[in-house]
Design a protein around this ligand. Structure first.
Ligand SMILES: [Fe+2]
Ligand SMILES: [Fe+2]
Length: 254
């Protein structure tokens, strides 16, 4: 599939394009460390969000502790396989029946694949930072995800449907930003960002399909609602620069 064909549904889903002013600030050399550090953070957050959805919605309350915390993977030599993500290898024999419950849930397969891919992206960003001598420092989160999560309804299945729609928007926006940023970055980084497009485009579609499945009813109103909210966070002035920040208040050109 060509890049244009991949991006067409992403752009149709999003209610606004990333403002040129954001691109201009994002490609300033002095902003490269913050762009990469925050991008790395976004990748781990994407994995953690998928992991928390598995914990909350694939397992009954009394068994959620059986799912290992996601940071266990740092001790592994390679990225975790499905069984490792789910803690199967470390689980006591008697607890393994939990897998029958996990396997029945439609969230499981796409979320585990997403966890694996996001952890891989995180490792790739860290490697790029390493090559460029950029240290991984603590950076505060942008207003973006918080701004949408504040609107999540508090009763099920509305809560899970809203969280899945938000997941779709975050993935779609990341995809759109990678594509828009790529031509303005140096060749290696541009190539890396283009390489991320395919998986992020699929992640947004996975989230959306799951939202429809969990709702069991038409969710176009809710998609429109979060689409407007997301576009407002992207297009309104934002004093902080981050991977998902809004329109920079002060801009310089590339
Ligand atoms: Fe990713
Ligand atoms: Fe993703």
């Amino acid at each position: 599939m060509t890049m244009d064909a991949l991006l067409a549904p992403v752009k149709a889903f999003l209610q606004c394009e990333t403002p040129d002013e954001w691109i201009a600030v994002a490609c300033l050399p002095e902003n490269l460390p913050i762009l990469l550090i925050d991008h790395a953070n976004c990748e781990t957050k994407a994995a953690m969000t998928a992991h928390s959805l598995v914990r909350r919605y694939c397992l009954p309350k009394g068994k959620r502790h059986l799912l290992p915390k996601l940071d266990f993977y740092r001790e592994l030599e390679a990225l975790p396989e499905k069984a490792e993500v789910l803690g199967k290898r470390t689980m006591a024999e008697g607890d393994r029946s939990v897998f029958a419950e996990l396997e029945r849930n439609p969230l499981l397969f796409p979320m585990v694949r997403l966890i694996q891919e996001e952890l891989h992206h995180f490792e790739q960003v860290l490697e790029i930072m390493n090559e460029r001598g950029i240290a991984y420092e603590a950076v505060s989160a942008s207003r973006y995800a918080r701004g949408m999560m504040g609107a999540v309804r508090t009763h099920e299945p509305a809560t899970i449907v809203d969280k899945l729609i938000i997941g779709a928007y975050i993935e779609a926006r990341s995809c759109e930003r990678f594509a828009k940023l790529a031509p303005h970055l140096d060749e290696a980084l541009g190539r890396f960002y283009v390489s991320l497009l395919r998986s992020e485009a699929r992640h947004y579609q996975d989230y959306l399909a799951l939202a429809e499945q969990f709702a069991g009813a038409d969710i176009s109103e809710r998609i429109r609602f979060f689409g407007e909210l997301e576009a407002a966070l992207i297009c309104s002035p934002d004093e902080q620069f981050r991977f998902h920040s809004g329109c920079p208040v002060k801009t310089d050109s590339c």
